[in-house]
Design a protein. Sequence first.
Lengths: 160, 455
Amino acid sequence: MAKVPVQFTLNGAEKAEFIDSGTTLLHALRDKIGDTSPKGGCHQGTCGGCSVIIDGELRLSCLTLAETCNGAAITTASGLSEGGVLHPLQRAFLDAFATQCGFCTPGMIMAATVLLDHTPNPSRDEVVEALSGNICRCTGYEPIIQAVLTAARSNSQNAA
Amino acid sequence: MELRKSYFADQRKDDLHEIGQPRPRSDSPGHVTGKTAYFADRNFPGMLHLKMVRSPHHHARIRSIDISEAEKHPGVVKILTAKDVPHNVYTILILIQIGPEDETVLADGKVRWKGEAVVAVLAETERAAQEAAAKVKVDYEVLPAVFDMEEALKPGAPTVNEYHGRNYYLYDSGECRKVRFGDVEAGFAGADHVLEQTYQSSPIEHAPTETTGCIVVPEGNDRFTCYTNTQAMFFTLDNASIILQMPGNKLHFVGGTVGGGFGGKVDVIVEPIAILGAKLTGRPVSFIYSREEEMQISSPRAAEKVVIKDGVMNDGRIVARKVTGYTDAGAYSRHSPYGAQKGAGHYPGPYTIPNVWIDTYCVYTNRTPSSAMRGFGVTIGDFALEVQMDKLARLIGMDPLEFRFINAYRDGDMKAHRQPTEGAALIECMQEASRAANWPVAEKYLSMSSYAKGV
């Protein structure tokens, strides 16, 4: 099968690959480029485990064709911490015991990152709405919601 | 959280300062940075993908299997059928001498539930494996199926599983697990009221976000490394060793990181066939359930039916309890004979009742095999028992919490299965619950103790 070239930045670094046409971004990231932080829980756009940020917007990488991402800036959960220092959301998830099995965590953190980028001081309802596309089967939603609210508060304190 | 040490005379005296204090989870930093390595977060050059051809029928004889078209499909490397599996008929609890072996790795001559694995296809890509699986032709003769436990136990019902020869598990105690304590009929005869109720539950799927799967790598030293999300590493290794007729020292299992289990990842389903595929092709093999397989194929919690008959006095004492429990194993045993047995030990509940009769049956039907899930064998039973307790309290016009105080087991009480009660704390829990929930009970119940007899 003819390969198609795809080139984008992943967490700030240039990436280029030849892929089969029709390859999902999830597959390309995990199996070609080696960033396994997006998780494939359903491969049908319902669990949110594969969530990534493409040009500032939250996207499901299992429903996104890699070849449509040429020139895009892609962020994944593995690219949030800088120089070994956790991102405030990562810190808040840790402190709030917002992880159990951990499989939904990267997707949750992606959804929360986009929320706080657009809405730095969200209400609880806005947090719930922003996370509504991400399934946590361990049913730890309450600590996750608290973690996002805590991260928002610490961001606004730092900004003040 | 307050840790009270005043309840028990033999409470340990040392300072339990860890309890009530948060401690960071050691796995959290990996989770929040996306660095935690789940089994599927590994990729090996030349890795093959395994897809199953599954039965579309609940119960059918296999007349023939034709893999000739599938073999020609581009990308197909190997196709496995029952004859390729060294020890194809197995049962997981054989490790603790609970037989007979009653399940096939790949169906041989017959399928007993809709979704049963029949043929395994190994191909260069997931897509090629899927397309080739669709080209495998299986000729079935559909047989009558049974889906209801009571129907399955009736004479003349279709036999689900020939390895048992009857539609229930034969315990050493006979057709069911039995508990006999006191004289239950005399208890009913002397009771002020008798209440019999039936409770039923449906199968429940665990639905972990990470689907069941494994990746197997043939190593240069003639060993196989199996990266798996099983919840039962050594249990799976030992069963794989039996199924593959391969010494355990040829198998290296890597796991412990599970993207949600809830009991749904303790069956030995994906590993043996993936290891076999790696052995016969000499290449790494990935076998990962699709979301549809996770929901339809993986074992659910068993459906249960519980019939509870209680004799109760107007003063609140339960004087007799008879329970008949049915556990729907589906087509194969897996953990269900054990689950049904657990129910037998559990059914009197945390209550002291002088006359008890319990029968629990493990029943075979043409449904998806059920297995472990969070307290299987007792969870549905507890639901039934506690609803029954509320109904009994209502029947005699008593407060449901006070009714439980009257019947709560206390240290020294003999349980129906003849283990004396030790370390009971039900009274104290209910006293605390009464305060926490602001559900007042009479003072005499607040001065009760699991240790000291007499109200």
